[in-house]
Design a protein around this ligand. Structure first.
Ligand code: GZL
Length: 312
């Protein structure tokens, strides 16, 4: 029979020094980079050996990474799935190997018995918060909206569009007149906004931009300024993430509203894994993070300063 100290040491080793594989989408946005930073910090603090893989936004690279983690026999896998489809086979392989998978910040259309839990926000709600802000702001005036969608086929791009459309559905004065993906990046957001401006009378016919993330909005703001218009005034700007740079734009009067998405998805994920691996506790299938609206009235400079210390 092991003495108390030896038993404690062994149980600590089992519970503490885990090897966890993390298949991250890439570094397409400031938010994504912050999620990566915080995940690595949390792993360090918890004594977790984190095997990190950056997929450069390619699903085939994520699938290869998950297969590699399974082959290595890691204790658990974190997966931020770039798109919602095409995961059944590789998730089955992880299940076969009895390696728990936790989804971060995006969803998959696979059966939920193929992953332990998913940590993320209510992406439809985020879109509705953005849409409701615009409804309240234009107050019955005609408003032609252009939309920069996230990565095609990703759950945030699908759900944030749905939520925004739900919020404006009963307001015939607001219409989405152009909608295209900017792939969640600043550069594509700028390029697509340039094409929207050209197609819409130099931007004179555009009342508002709805961007599925702040990085595309920041790129679009640059395009609006280069077209000789005032972002935040001539064209309202509403987006999602609440990264530091959108608050700088707000402080300059160049953006109007953002919906916060915490980049700390790994904390709840590691907590759920620890409980599961220590005594088999089964978490809820979805651990939801909150979505708060910020506008120019919410001390944007202070919000910028606060976030600069939080992994961004
Ligand atoms: C949403 C997350 C999105 C962020 C973008 O949960 O997956 O991915 O909103 C990032 O900034 O590219």
């Amino acid at each position: 029979l092991l003495t108390g100290a030896a038993a404690l040491a062994i149980s600590t080793t089992i519970a503490g020094a885990q090897t966890i594989g993390f298949s991250q989408i890439g570094s397409e946005s400031g938010w994504r980079a912050a999620e990566t930073t915080l995940t690595k910090q949390q792993a360090e603090e918890r004594g977790i050996d984190l095997k990190f893989s950056d997929a450069q936004q390619k699903q085939e690279n994520q699938i290869a990474a998950v297969r590699s983690f399974v082959a290595q026999g890691v204790d658990a896998i974190l997966l931020a799935p770039v798109v919602a489809t095409g995961w059944d086979a590789v998730l089955e392989e992880a299940k076969e190997a009895e390696i728990p998978v936790v989804l971060l910040d995006r969803q998959v259309d696979s059966s939920d018995d193929l992953y332990l839990t998913a940590v993320g926000s209510d992406l439809v709600h985020e879109g509705s918060v953005a849409g409701q802000w615009l409804v309240d702001t234009v107050a019955g005036e005609e408003c032609r909206v252009v939309e920069l969608q996230g990565t095609t086929g990703s759950s945030p791009a699908i759900d944030r569009k749905t939520g925004f459309e739900q919020a404006i559905a009963d307001h015939g004065n607001i219409e989405i007149v152009r909608s295209q993906t900017g792939d969640f990046t600043r550069s594509r957001g700028k390029e697509v906004m340039e094409s929207f401006l050209q197609a819409e009378n130099g931007g004179a016919d555009i009342c508002a931009l709805y961007a599925h993330n702040d990085d595309m909005a920041v790129g679009a703001i640059q395009a609006i300024k280069e077209a000789g218009l005032k972002p935040g005034e001539d064209i309202l700007v509403v987006s999602i993430d609440a990264v530091p740079d959108i608050f700088l734009a707000m402080a300059a009067g160049e953006a109007n509203a953002t919906v916060e998405l915490t980049p700390n998805m790994a904390g709840p994920a590691f907590d759920a894994l620890k409980a599961y691996m220590t005594d088999g506790t089964m978490p809820e299938k979805f651990i939801q993070t909150e979505s708060k609206l910020y506008t120019q009235a919410d001390d944007p400079q202070g919000e910028y300063d606060r976030r600069k210390g939080l992994g961004y």
